[in-house]
Design a protein around this ligand. Structure first.
Ligand code: TYD
Ligand code: MG
Length: 452
């Protein structure tokens, strides 16, 4: 009856294999393929008697989970409105981006608000953390501090202390004496995360795990850590810039894609409550190649400046350099401009950039990208008081996007007076904004850049 199901599975990526291998073919991880019990054909073949589980309907709801707030609004919002009891959170980011700084500040903020808070550093000695706290003006916060990497000792300590919040910095330094491999290895990270998450659920402690991210943007160690926790946050930013963005990529207790914006200063991370003003602050005069995109990040509208530079290419294959946007998206938009509007970029180098180190992933940015590209190519500045948004389809049509009104209101708040939006956008007019609705890219090119 039971058909032959693949009996070997990679513990790092979950790929199924027909036979054992030292290296997983799918994700290239070493020593991660293990044998799994074959799937059974049903309850009968399992032999033993099961118990029927209690079932219910959707209407029987308990109260929403109680949340503790830190008072750092940018942090609380990304968590979905505060820290949920007994939840497990993973904060990932490149080394040196400011994870330890952020979490020390957050731990201190929770501690000051009466949450019993613990900070365990596996990377720095207590004296180092204390010195940093001193510099950040947090030395007086009632944080319980420890420096340890042995998970058995940490769990024992947690069980005695029973804090409301415990930060583990970082999960890659933790090791379990029952697992026979080096700290930071796939199996150590996996087991350590599993122990901590299970402990969090059983004992009602909220746990924040810090994780390093590899070059290609994955949390070093197994991806399964991301599946184990309730919330995954990424702390990101460009090295040369002082802006840092905390982004929720998964949240069982709140909206995903929510962002919190911080600025790295001499005394730690400062909250940025009006990111639009910050990302646009470098704009002075209207310049060709610049377009302002009215975007939505999570639940909040954020304006960003898209910059393009187009120059004749000395190379056979012209350069396409993108910072802060998806490079595949740039290729698509260039192809649509060429095929639908007859504006070629062949033989031209294209550089595209989101100002301020911000990263934009919304398809609604397409129109602003196209506008910046055209503006750079034609050397015609876009009116400085204009925002744009709209998704470009392969046919060249402009597709309406969500939350038109929120985008327009944010733009108006920052002194913009005109907007280009797709036709059929759902909106009531916003006073003080002139909104021109365009059906497709060709109409847009004709309107802004003359005949095209
Ligand atoms: P850190 O929090 O140690 O990064 P991570 O834990 O992600 O590896 O932050 C490291 C960087 O932050 C370091 O290069 C210096 C900078 N920094 C400041 O600019 N101001 C500060 O107040 C602090 C504490 C750090
Ligand atoms: Mg650190």
């Amino acid at each position: 009856m039971a058909k032959s199901s693949p009996a070997f599975t990679c513990t790092a990526c979950g790929a199924a294999h027909k036979k054992w291998a030292g290296q997983c073919e799918a994700c290239k991880a070493w020593n991660s393929v293990i044998e799994e019990a074959p799937l059974s054909a049903g309850p009968k073949s399992l032999g033993g008697k099961g118990r029927k589980i209690a079932l219910t309907d959707l209407a029987t709801q308990s109260a929403p989970p109680p949340r503790a707030t830190s008072g750092m609004d940018e942090f609380d919002r990304v968590l979905g409105g505060g820290l949920v009891e007994a939840s497990a959170i993973l904060v990932g980011g490149d080394p040196g981006i400011g994870k330890s700084t952020l979490l020390l500040q957050a731990t201190a903020a929770f501690a000051r608000r009466g949450v019993k808070s613990m900070y365990i550093s596996g990377e720095e000695a207590t004296a180092q953390v204390q010195m940093r706290a001193q510099r950040l003006g947090l030395a007086d916060a009632p944080v319980i501090l420890g420096a340890e990497t042995n998970l058995r000792d940490i769990l024992t300590t947690l069980d005695t202390e029973r804090p409301g919040l415990c930060v583990i910095d970082s999960i890659q330094t933790m090791w379990l004496d029952t697992v026979d491999s080096a700290p930071g290895s796939v199996s150590q990270v996996r087991s350590a995360a599993h122990e901590l998450v299970t402990f969090a659920k059983k004992r009602g402690v909220a746990i924040i795990l810090v994780g390093h991210v590899t070059k290609d943007g994955q949390i070093a160690g197994p991806r399964v850590v991301e599946h184990m926790v309730d919330t995954v946050l990424y702390f990101e930013g460009e090295r040369g810039h002082h802006f840092r963005i905390l982004r929720a990529v998964k949240n069982r207790f709140g909206p995903a894609a929510e962002i919190g914006v911080f600025e790295m200063t001499g005394d730690g991370l400062a909250q940025v409550t009006n990111p639009s003003a910050l990302f646009l602050s470098d704009r002075d005069k209207p310049a060709p190649g610049s377009a302002v995109f009215a975007g939505i990040e999570g639940t909040r509208p954020v304006l960003t400046e898209i910059q393009a530079l187009v120059s004749p290419s000395p190379l056979g294959t012209p350069r396409r350099t993108v910072v802060g946007l998806d490079s595949g998206r740039l290729s698509t938009i260039l192809a649509v401009l060429e095929a639908r509007c007859g504006i070629p970029f062949a033989g031209l180098d294209v550089y595209l950039n989101v100002a301020g180190g911000m990263r934009v992933s919304e398809p609604a940015a397409d129109l602003a990208v196209a506008a910046a590209l055209l503006s750079a190519r034609e050397d015609v500045a876009i009116p400085p008081d204009m925002v744009l948004f709209g998704e470009i389809s392969l046919s060249g049509a402009l597709r309406p996007v969500s939350q038109t009104e929120n985008r327009l209101k944010e733009a108006m708040k920052l002194g913009f007076t005109q907007a280009i939006a797709p036709s059929r956008s759902k909106m009531a007019g916003v006073d003080g904004m002139t909104v021109r609705q365009m059906p497709d890219l060709t109409a847009f090119v004709g309107e802004i850049f003359g005949a095209g």
